[in-house]
Design a protein. Structure first.
Length: 496
């Protein structure tokens, strides 16, 4: 098998490391399965997958005996065993702790879950390797209690800029569904409830296709019925489900433009090679970064007939749910963007970060940020020492001081910033503030601010805010809220 330079670089690094637990970040479309299948084996290998449909995918990359631990399938001492986490965690007694020299954990961002930890605590491999395509997320679960070091990183941004993946033009189309009453199960929307919520959307999805799709189009639906309903509304479209025969022939006709549109239900999320996809329509809402990236990933392959991928997010009302959209591909948080600004977040993928930052740079978002960062700190168990941080959409933290702005970058999946634990970075900054910025404590210490912050905003504060934002209602502002707005105004002026 001919490997790309970066794949061989990753393999060489793994082949020469000492025993331990390591994390590898590789974007969807860059071939992480091919990469880990070519790692030198010094004994038996266990592959762990979070989603059951991925268990069989690596088989074609191995030239040795290959067993399955999933449902009715049981391994029989094969050299490589691919297992669903849900199955093998109930079958640990069928194995010896020393059965595997290497464990490879796909979608490793799930590895902090108790089911994974039970498996990791049972087996005693020489190497535990986690592969993930998920970008850094400051609100994600830290993996530092599972993996000790990130030893290789090639993300989506790198893949596009270096010519391995297609660039993306992103479009948002609200097709009117409402997920606010759909429950979350196992980290994503409950399938039955999701299908019901999307039941009347096929006409709107077909209209989005007719208006915005370019060339060979792949649509992701929520269910078999949903896929057929959408296909029936689009001339020449074909629905592809788990029961569809002759899939290879259908994909060939699609790639030769004999079929203009394929509508599928969880069939093409991973591992299917479709030579030409010019448009991907996400009509399957998800909270899973990895599933979203895998759906988009079907259109990231380069092709002579394709300038860039057109990505159409069919979005709707989500309540408090964390719906993945195009900015999620770069780990950008949309929760702080006011609803009336979200339709502006479309265009070339590399421009979305600036657009999100601009859209959330409003007084309403600045006021909400205090609540958002407090909740984030509680979830991540960080002690912020009452530092008056502002959380940016890329996960970084900024602090506005009288003559400077201090920024802490988004921590990596291990909870580190430039190799140092995030908590230690915050602690160091707090010590610096106490030592060198005592005179500015009323600006950077929220405890000090709250002593006077509950009083109504002063006329002077309101006048400055109104001069900058004539449409913003200052009537009910407190001094603390006004100070948050003024800090952002002054920091913007200093940057300008």
């Amino acid at each position: 098998m001919n490997l790309r330079d970066y794949q061989q670089e990753c393999i060489n690094k793994i082949n020469h490391i000492d025993k331990g637990n390591y994390l590898i970040q590789m974007a969807t479309g860059l071939g992480k399965t091919v990469t880990f299948a070519n790692i030198q084996r010094k004994g038996r290998v266990l592959l762990l997958s979070h989603r059951e449909e991925l268990v069989n995918q690596p088989r074609k990359y191995y030239d040795c005996t290959f067993g399955i631990e999933q449902g009715k399938n049981h391994s029989t001492n094969e050299e490589v065993v691919s297992a669903s986490v849900q199955s093998i965690v109930r079958r640990l007694n069928n194995f010896s702790p020393n059965d595997f020299d290497m464990i490879i954990c796909d979608e490793a961002h799930h590895a902090a879950a108790n089911t994974y930890k039970k498996i990791f605590q049972y087996f005693k491999p020489r190497l535990l390797l986690g592969f993930t395509a998920t970008p850094n997320r400051a609100d994600g679960v830290r993996l530092n209690d599972v993996f000790s070091e990130i030893i290789f990183k090639r993300d989506l941004r790198w893949g596009i800029k270096n010519g391995y993946l297609s660039d993306i033009f992103c479009r948002r189309v609200d097709i009117g569904y409402d997920l606010s009453k759909v429950h979350t199960r196992m980290g994503d929307y409950a399938p039955g409830e999701l299908e019901e919520a999307m039941s009347d959307t096929s006409d709107a999805i077909a209209e989005a296709y007719r208006k915005y799709a370019k060339g060979a189009t792949l649509i992701f639906a929520v269910s078999v019925k949903h896929a057929h309903d959408i296909a029936n509304k689009i001339g020449g479209a074909v629905a592809v489900t788990g029961d569809t025969p002759n899939r290879a022939e259908i994909i060939k006709d699609f790639s030769e433009r004999k079929i203009p549109c394929l509508v599928n239900c969880m069939v093409f999320t991973e591992g299917t090679d479709i030579p030409l996809v010019e448009t991907v329509i996400i009509a399957r809402p998800t909270q899973s970064d990895s599933l979203y990236a895998q759906m988009v990933g079907r259109g990231l392959r380069l092709h002579p007939d394709k300038d860039k991928l057109t990505l159409i997010d069919c979005v709707g009302i989500t309540g408090k749910a964390n719906l993945c959209t195009a900015p999620s591909l770069f780990g950008i948080d949309m929760s702080q963007v006011p609803k009336n600004q979200r339709n502006k977040i479309q265009g070339d993928l590399f421009d979305l970060s600036d657009k999100v930052t601009l859209a959330m740079d409003t007084p309403e978002s600045w006021i909400r940020n205090t609540e958002i960062i407090d909740l984030w700190a509680q979830e991540q168990q960080y002690n912020l020492h009452s530092i008056n941080f502002f959380k940016m959409p890329d996960g970084s933290l900024t602090l506005s001081l009288p003559n400077e702005i201090i920024t802490i970058p988004c921590p990596d999946p291990l909870g580190n910033v430039d190799g140092e634990p995030m908590q230690e970075v915050i602690d160091d900054l707090y010590a610096e503030l106490q030592r060198d910025y005592k005179s500015s404590r009323a600006i950077w210490d929220t405890n000090e601010i709250k002593k006077w912050g509950s009083d109504p905003a002063t006329d002077k504060q309101k006048n400055i805010i109104t001069r900058n934002f004539s449409d913003f209602d200052c009537t009910e502002l407190t001094k603390f809220q006004a100070s948050q707005i003024l800090n952002r105004i002054f920091s913007q002026q200093r940057r300008a």
